[in-house]
Structure formats: structure tokens, C-alpha cells
Design a protein around this ligand. Structure first.
Ligand code: PBG
Ligand code: ZN
Length: 327
């Protein structure tokens, strides 16, 4: 065994201190954005059956959650609203006094040092569960973006710090940017769900947000999961229209897309570890088939390693607590 020519790559793995020194990717609490589901009423905290540890909550409890996030060092929340009444045109979505608008006002009044991001889409607000105005079996694009823009404006007026359109209509970023700018909100950033795939990983979210389509699917606006170049066109278009942060969604099964997007555009890039990714880990952990904390850290680290600058995750509070414990 003399003069064998090989490198001893294990040298840097023999002890934990050295491993720490050469680690390339570090998760930080400031990477995380925590999604929250707001419902009407008071003192409501109802667990989503397919998402253990995730709740629909009334505004009073949402405010408490937000304070907890600040204490844990989580910089931002992403709000989804479930209105009392849904109708054909999703009125609550652009109502000054809608569920999200009231929630944002309450949070802004009571919580300091937290970035409040609002999701803009119509599917939680329409009786048919589609992401826009429906005629026959078609989701109308231009009629919808007008209402999305109206909705974004009411969010900004309520005090939202960042607006996040998740609808995947064409031209929504331009429409939202224009209405915000025309009303003195030129400083509000847009975090666009730019490469959002038509994904079965959203299943549990539809229980949480009660926004499942009553007929048909989302394939006429969300992307085909077989496509990668198309994601580049979607991202490019959103940047041209004024997106400040671009997003890839889902995350875990789309690491190649996150990687490409980060490298081709060099934009602040968000990734959404969606409901199904969370529920799969939770379910396997409950069965004793996976170690929850370890899988949680591995999945989030992989998303960051792929190129995500920030991660929207239902694990945000759990990871933050875990990181605190590990110190
Ligand atoms: C609304 C929206 C969805 C998600 C975020 N915003 C559902 C969908 O498009 O059907 C999914 C989030 C998740 O699964 O965690 N358009
Ligand atoms: Zn939608």
C-alpha cells in the first residue's frame, strides 16, 4: 500500500468541530417565513387535521402568534385569509374590512419588528374555489388581475410590508406594481410566486385555507411539473414586471428549479416548503418511521443549499426553537 494516489477526504469529517468548520450551508432563523391562517371570530384556534401543529386562528390569536415569532427571532409571517362568506367574485379579498385587511391592521398595531407579508389570490375567497373570475370553465385573466391589484392595494393600505401574489395570472405583477405606485406605495416590495407549479403537494393546504376548487383544477394557470425552461420564462417576466423577490414553489421536489433560478438571475429567491412536504414529514414521524427534527433540518438545509435565500415553512417556529436548544 505505498504511493497510492488518492485524497483523504475523510480528514475533514473525523470530528464534529472540524465538520462545523467546513460546513458550507448554515440555516439561520432569519431565513424563515411563517405562514398563518386567519379566520373570523375570537379565541379560535382550530388544528388543521392534515397538518398537525398548524391552526386556523382568529385575529386575537394570530397577534399572539406574531409576538411569539418576534420572540423566537423569526423575521416574517405570511398571511392567508379564510373569509366568513365566499361568493362568485371573491368580494372579501378586496374589501377594506376583509379578514386579511383587519388582521394586518391588528398585527401592525400590536406587534413591532415583524415583516407582514400578505398572500394575494382569490381561491380562498371565491365560492367555486378558483383563483380568479370564472366564466364557464375558464378563469379570466385580465378581469382577475384587476381585482388582484385592488386586493393588493387594500393590503398595503392596511399596513402590509410585502405583497405576495400567488395566483399565477399573466400580468399580475405589473398590475399590482402599477396600482401600488399610483397610490403612494412605491416602497412596498413584491414577492412574486413566480414559478408556482400545479402540485399535489398543496393538498393539505386546501384543508387549511378551505380553497379547493369545486370543479376542474389549476393547470390552466399553474405550471406543469415536467417543465424547467418555462420556470425561467415565468421568473424573467415577473422580474421585468417589477418583482423584488421571486419564489419557487414547492421546494423539496424542485431543488433543480431553485438552483437554476438563483444562478440565472441572482435575485433574492424564496422557496416555499409547502403543506404536503410538511405533512409527509409529520405523518412519517408520527408513525415512528422518520426522526422529525433531523428530517426537518435536512430538508430545510437542502433547500438553502440549492440557492434559496429565504424559506417559507410551517416548521419555522419548531426550527427556531430547535436552533435555540442546540446552542
Ligand atoms: C393560493 C395558494 C396555495 C398555496 C399557497 N397559496 C394553494 C394553491 O395554489 O392551490 C399552497 C401552499 C401550501 O401548500 O402550503 N393560490
Ligand atoms: Zn389561488
Amino acid at each position: 500500500m505505498e504511493n497510492l494516489n488518492f485524497r483523504r477526504l475523510r480528514r475533514l469529517r473525523y470530528n464534529p468541530i472540524i465538520r462545523d468548520m467546513v460546513r458550507e450551508t448554515h440555516l439561520s432563523k432569519s431565513d424563515f417565513i411563517y405562514p398563518l391562517f386567519v379566520v373570523n371570530g375570537t379565541n379560535i384556534k382550530k388544528e388543521v387535521s392534515s397538518m398537525p401543529g398548524v391552526y386556523q386562528q382568529s385575529i386575537d390569536n394570530i397577534v399572539k402568534e406574531c409576538k411569539e415569532c418576534v420572540e423566537l427571532g423569526i423575521p416574517a409571517v405570511l398571511l392567508f385569509g379564510i373569509p366568513e362568506k365566499k361568493d362568485e367574485v371573491g368580494s372579501d379579498c378586496y374589501d377594506d374590512n376583509g379578514i386579511i385587511q383587519r388582521a394586518v391592521r391588528a398585527i401592525k398595531k400590536e406587534v413591532k419588528n415583524l415583516v407582514v407579508i400578505t398572500d394575494v389570490c382569490m381561491c380562498e375567497y371565491t365560492s367555486h374555489g378558483h383563483c380568479g373570475i370564472v366564466k364557464g370553465d375558464e378563469i379570466l385573466n385580465d378581469e382577475t388581475i384587476e381585482l388582484l391589484a385592488k386586493s393588493a392595494l387594500t393590503h398595503a393600505q392596511a399596513g402590509a410590508d410585502i405583497i405576495a401574489p400567488s395566483d399565477m395570472m399573466d400580468g399580475r405583477v405589473a398590475a399590482i406594481r402599477a396600482i401600488l405606485d399610483a397610490n403612494g406605495f412605491e416602497k412596498i416590495p413584491l414577492m412574486s410566486y413566480s414559478a408556482k407549479y400545479a402540485s399535489s403537494y398543496y393538498g393539505p393546504f386546501r384543508d387549511a385555507a378551505e380553497g379547493a376548487p369545486k370543479f376542474g383544477d389549476r393547470k390552466s394557470h399553474q405550471m406543469d411539473f415536467a417543465n424547467s425552461d418555462e420556470a425561467i420564462r415565468e421568473i424573467e417576466e415577473d422580474i421585468i414586471e417589477g418583482a423584488d423577490i421571486v419564489m419557487v414553489k414547492p421546494a423539496g421536489a424542485y431543488l433543480d428549479i431553485i438552483y437554476r433560478v438563483k444562478h440565472e438571475f441572482g435575485m433574492p429567491t424564496a422557496a416555499y416548503q409547502v403543506s404536503g412536504e410538511y405533512s409527509m414529514i409529520k405523518a412519517a414521524a408520527r408513525l415512528g418511521w422518520l426522526e422529525e427534527e433531523k428530517i426537518m433540518l435536512e430538508s430545510l438545509t437542502a433547500i438553502k443549499r440549492a440557492g434559496a435565500d429565504m424559506i417559507i415553512t410551517y416548521f419555522a417556529k419548531d426550527v427556531a426553537r430547535w436552533m435555540e436548544k442546540e446552542k
